[in-house]
Every structure is written in C-alpha cells, then in structure tokens.
Design a protein around this ligand. Structure first.
Ligand code: OGA
Ligand code: MN
Length: 332
C-alpha cells in the first residue's frame, strides 16, 4: 500500500468509508445552511477520499449550482451547443447525465442520444478533452429507478493505482513524462463502435493535451491522469501508445481499485475529483424502462496543471469535437 494523506480531523461531519483506499459516505452536512467550517471539512474530505457521497441533500437545480459555485468557476453547456441546439435545462451550468428524452419520457436505448451516452459507461474523467480540465464533478439525483434495477455509478482510485505500480515502471513513466491527447470523439467511438463507425477523432481539430502523471495538489499524491477519452500518447508509435493506454486503464480499473455506488434517494449527490479518480455509468435493467434523471455541475480546475499543455484561452469559447455530437443527431 502507498502512503495516504493524514486523516483530517472532522468536527462537523462523519465519514463512513466505502473502500479501503478511497470513497466515503459523508454524514451530517446541512446543505441548507452550510457554515464555512463545514464547507472546508467537505473539501478536506474530498482531498483525502476523492469521492464523497451525500444522501438526501435536499438540493434542487438552483441550490446545487449555488453550492458548486462556492467551490469554483463552473463549466457550462455553451461549448456543446452546436447547430442551434437548445439547452435541456434553464441553467447552462447543468449537464444531463440521465435518460430522459425530449418529451420527458424514458430515452429509447436505441436512440442516437443513447449511443452518445454509451461512452460514459467506460471509465473516464470528465473534461480531459477540454484545454482546462475539470476538478470536481457534482452529480445529483432527481429521479432514480426502483431498487434492484441497476444504474450505479462506479469509481476507480487512480492515486492508489499509481502507488502500486511496479517501481521500475513508475520510474520509466516519470522519466518519459508522457503527454496524452484527449478527444470526446474517442470515447464516443469506443462506447458505440458501430454507431460511430464513420467518426474519426483525428478529424476534429486540435485535441486537449495533458500530462499522464501528475501530482494531485490537494493531497500531494501522484496520479495517473488517463481516461476513455485518451486518444494517443504524444511522440511514440500508435501501437505502442494504444498498448500503454490499455495497460494503464486495465491496471487502474482492476476490481481492487474500484467501488460501486448505489443511488438511493432523489437529491442524493456524489462529488468526485476528476484529478484523482475515474468513473463510469453502470447500466442495468432500468435502461429503456425507468427514468434515471441525474444532473451534473462541473468545476473548472484551478490547480497549477489545470490547462495542461494547452493554450490558455477563453474557456467559454473552446469548442469540443462537434463531429461526435452531430453524428448522434444532438443538434436540438
Ligand atoms: C457524468 C457521468 C455517470 C453516471 O455525469 O459525468 O459520467 O452514472 N455519469 O451517470
Ligand atoms: Mn462522466
């Protein structure tokens, strides 16, 4: 086992560990009247556990956004709005991770939008395909399927996965200091290869570049920053790059580094740190049958490596690879 951050002393919250090395359920939070002390304890718990689950928060769209803003600047849907596509919610700060169709019913699993969503069933981090990556994602349940119908969210601990890599391999990775190119088109294609067979991630212009091995600044621990969006590693042959990406993803997503979180009540919320964990949507019998309405806010990273090797620019105007969006007919 590697070394873990000191156990912070919590006065206002209680921690129930979900896994030996990361992820915890946090009890005792009063989201309606959150003191600075409690807010800071939540951030300290996030630094240590990487994933925190809050049950029955009582948050709605507006208060979810307000709480998220207290953490940092929020990403918005604006960059994803192509060809006159209209936002799903009143608030640009909310990302749709659910299966509600445009009429308010259950999304058809064979619909283009469902195919687009399949990429989320692969272990990933949010927004590695953006020049400024995301720190925290805050995902809140609005409506969940009846118990026993699946729909969990799974997480992987990429800090401990780094700690437990063979020391020789660690040394090699640090010396090479690889840079990874990320594209949303890559994960869409992997998630539904047949549907996206004509989608070419290399066609969509410049990809986002972030270093593979980075220090997670809130904990001071090293992390492997990789995801289903990872298209290739700079400067090495494609086969070598494919093999290395697969090797690392297979390593991080081993059962021993993962945990699965069940959604139990509307207004449950999970916060994860994309800089030290990976996550995926775990499917299930609910698909095509029951509503799973989950909404996410995404906080722009403000650590020193937030922008990776990308141009620092107006984040609002950065455009994601729209080919995937268009191929899925997501233009309205
Ligand atoms: C997300 C995501 C997983 C899920 O919102 O970024 O990947 O379980 N969600 O819906
Ligand atoms: Mn995600």
């Amino acid at each position: 086992m590697g070394s873990y951050a000191e156990e912070p002393e919590f006065k206002t919250i209680t921690i129930q560990k979900l896994h030996p090395t990361f992820a915890a359920e946090v009890e005792g939070v009063d989201f309606q009247n959150l003191s600075d002390e409690q807010f800071n304890e939540i951030l300290a718990a996030m630094a240590k556990y990487g994933v925190c689950i809050f049950r029955n928060t009582g948050l709605d769209d507006a208060s979810h956004i307000e709480f998220s803003r207290r953490i940092g600047d929020l990403d918005t849907m604006k960059r994803y709005m192509v060809d006159g596509r209209r936002p799903r919610y009143r608030y640009y700060e909310l990302f749709d991770a659910g299966n509600i169709d445009d009429q308010g019913g259950v999304l058809d699993p064979n619909s283009p939008r469902a195919h687009y969503g399949k990429g989320n069933a692969l272990f990933h981090v949010d927004s590695s395909f953006n020049p400024r990556r995301a720190s925290f994602s805050l995902l809140r349940a609005v409506e969940i399927p009846p118990p026993g119908n699946g729909g969990n969210t799974d997480f992987a601990d990429s800090r401990t996965a780094w700690d437990e890599l063979d020391p020789e391999f660690q040394k090699e990775l640090l010396e090479k200091d690889y840079v990874v190119h990320h594209s949303i088109a890559q994960s869409r294609k992997l998630g539904s290869p047949e549907f996206f067979k004509d989608l070419d991630p290399t066609n969509g212009g410049v990809m986002a570049r972030h270093r593979l091995i980075q220090v997670h600044e809130p904990s001071g621990r090293r992390n492997i920053y990789i995801a289903a969006h990872s298209h290739h590693i700079e400067g090495i042959p494609k086969e070598e790059s494919d093999a290395l990406i697969k090797k690392l993803l297979d390593h991080i997503t081993q059962k021993k580094y993962t945990t699965s979180v069940e959604w139990k009540n509307p207004s449950d919320m999970i916060i994860w740190d994309n800089r030290c964990t990976l996550h995926r949507a775990n499917g299930g019998a609910f698909e095509g049958k029951y509503k799973r309405d989950l909404r996410r806010t995404t906080v722009h990273d403000d650590s020193s490596t937030a922008w990776g090797l990308n141009e620092v620019e107006d984040t609002e105007n950065w455009v994601v690879n729209h080919d995937a969006t268009r191929a899925a007919g997501q233009t309205k």
